[in-house]
Design a protein around this ligand. Structure first.
Ligand code: ATP
Length: 236
């Protein structure tokens, strides 16, 4: 078992953002969190990473608690993108790679590979602020991937990307997964989750309303006739 959440609850004051969440993500699995704004996806990720403390419950990755800042095997694409606008792309990525435990030489090699792969090699010495929002997003994705994490957490990785770039990123995520990484990602959109994930949780107002394989989720939705939003209506 790779990642385990047991009865995890997070409250902000008297507001419960995540309510008694239990799930297991096996090693090498791609796991999707689907939910509308405010469903509790980001809060869940931040608790998994140790960036927020849960009020109740336990979270373990291979039996231990994660501390993102000191765990080089974790990669994280935060929802609030956090690049330094005045820094050059390569400098920025070397800095972030070093924070994840990479040597400068390894970081440069990985950066070259990913910039090429995301079709933006010409931006190495551009300042981040000179790039479009979509290209900044690619840089932030590279920061999450470049050190070859074993657990990759991507918060809304496709938001703000055009369809061509969505496809490019999906392919990169799938290749990554084929190398054995465990991947969690969140989305508002069923089609992204459906295409990429073996297992998923649908969250709504902090509660996991259904979870399991895509087939199980579809069956459960059919049985309960749960229609939280048109986004989640499942074909078949
Ligand atoms: P989105 O797609 O909008 O990011 P989400 O599913 O990721 O949605 P969260 O960001 O986890 O949702 O937020 C869940 C709820 O918790 C929201 O109602 C949000 O306003 C609230 N919340 C999150 N962080 C805090 C905080 N630090 N203090 C108070 N409330 C918070």
């Amino acid at each position: 078992m790779a990642l385990q959440l047991k009865h995890v609850t997070k409250r902000f004051g008297d507001f419960t953002a995540v309510d008694d969440l239990t799930l297991t993500v096996e090693k090498g699995m791609m796991y999707g969190f689907l939910g509308a704004n405010g469903a509790g996806k980001t809060t869940t990720f931040r608790m998994i990473l140790g960036l927020l403390n849960a009020n109740e419950g336990q979270i373990t990755w291979n039996g231990k608690t994660i501390a993102y800042s000191t765990s080089p095997e974790i990669g994280y694409l935060p929802e609030e993108r956090g690049l330094y606008p005045k820094m050059k792309v390569e400098e920025q990525l070397i800095f972030l790679g070093e924070l994840r435990g990479m040597s400068k030489a390894d970081a440069k090699k990985a950066i070259g590979y990913w910039l090429e792969r995301f079709e933006v090699p010409q931006y190495t010495s551009k300042k981040v602020e000179e790039l479009s929002k979509g290209n900044q997003q690619k840089i932030q994705v590279i920061a999450a991937l470049m050190h070859d994490p074993k657990l990759l957490i991507l918060d809304e990785p496709f938001s703000g990307l055009d369809p061509v770039n969505v496809e490019m990123l999906k392919k990169a995520i799938l290749d990554f997964r084929n190398k054995g990484a465990t991947i969690l990602f969140s989305s508002h959109r069923m089609d992204h989750v459906e295409e990429l994930c073996e297992q998923l949780s649908i969250m709504h107002h902090g509660k996991q309303i259904v979870s399991g394989s895509l087939r199980e989720v579809k069956r459960s939705f059919g049985r309960q006739n749960v229609r939280i939003r048109s986004d989640y209506e499942l074909a078949g």
